[in-house]
Design a protein around this ligand. Structure first.
Ligand SMILES: NC(=O)c1ccc[n+]([C@@H]2O[C@H](COP(=O)([O-])OP(=O)(O)OC[C@H]3O[C@@H](n4cnc5c(N)ncnc54)[C@H](OP(=O)(O)O)[C@@H]3O)[C@@H](O)[C@H]2O)c1
Length: 233
């Protein structure tokens, strides 16, 4: 059933938020997952894994799909004071967050050109709009993602909508080192006005709304962040 209305190409559907987006869509759609490992949906009949490493130099593979939308989830959390940040840190953060997103969109934009509600979804971070200590490398890389989101939204309207979601700390494998004790979990909950951290399921629900229900949102960065940076409590 690989027809144009029911295909989603997701970079990073093997883990975390991307996996939850895939779980929500996979019953009625074909998911092409581009990542190093296949993850939990490996044996689902609607799941197609494309092994690929965004840190490598290989060309992204051609996909036969005529897809609905494309979603780029790979990213990083590098938290260091500026004295300890290396050139390698900032290069890697830029490659996996920003350059990878650019190359992914450039490659697969033709796959969504016939979609009736085509959209591109990228991921930023709370650390772009809110100054947080030790986040300078990730804030620079995700700042580029936000610029890409708005620039492409202008360039591709009215045919293709382009949006980003900027989460605060969300319980996924990427965030595991920040959430590996009860004390860390509690401290992170308490620093958010809504007194909780994010869940991959909630971020994925919002993403799926943007992908499947929305038709009038473009060029937006949606802050799903427990209120941090906007309100003080
Ligand atoms: N979790 C948070 O607290 C948080 C906060 C703010 C922003 N974000 C952003 O939200 C997005 C999703 O994060 P997440 O927490 O869901 O992360 P995650 O659980 O680590 O999942 C990342 C996904 O990207 C893939 N990926 C990572 N590196 C890759 C590479 N070199 N080549 C190919 N695929 C790669 C991973 O697959 P493989 O490992 O199989 O390759 C995985 O499927 C990211 O852009 C992140 O920066 C997350």
């Amino acid at each position: 059933m690989d027809t144009s209305d029911n295909i989603y190409i997701i970079a990073g559907a093997s883990s975390g938020i991307g996996l939850e987006i895939a779980r929500k869509l996979i019953a009625d759609n074909i998911i092409y997952c581009i990542s190093r490992t296949p993850g939990e949906l490996e044996y689902h009949e609607n799941f197609r894994h494309i092994p690929y490493d965004f840190f490598g130099n290989d060309e992204l593979p051609d996909l036969p799909a005529n897809a609905n939308s494309i979603i780029y989830c790979p990213g990083s959390i590098t938290l260091k004071p500026i004295e300890r940040l290396t050139n390698d840190d900032i290069d890697k953060d830029f490659i996996i967050n920003a350059k990878g997103a650019f190359l992914f969109v450039k490659k697969y934009i033709t796959n969504i050109k016939n979609s009736k509600n085509a959209s591109i979804l990228l991921f930023s971070s709370v650390a772009v709009q809110t100054g947080l200590p030790y986040h300078s490398s990730i804030a620079m890389a995700k700042g580029a993602v936000e610029g890409l989101t708005r620039s492409l939204a202008a360039e591709l309207s009215p045919r293709i909508r382009v949006n980003a979601i900027a989460p605060s700390l969300t319980d996924t494998p990427m965030a595991a080192p920040l959430l590996n004790t009860e004390a860390k979990v509690e401290a992170n909950k308490q620093r958010h006005p809504l007194k909780n951290i994010g869940s991959a399921q909630e971020i994925a629900s919002f993403a799926c709304h943007l992908l499947t229900q929305s038709s009038w949102a473009t060029g937006q960065v949606f802050n799903i962040n427990g209120g941090i940076g906007t309100i003080i409590k």
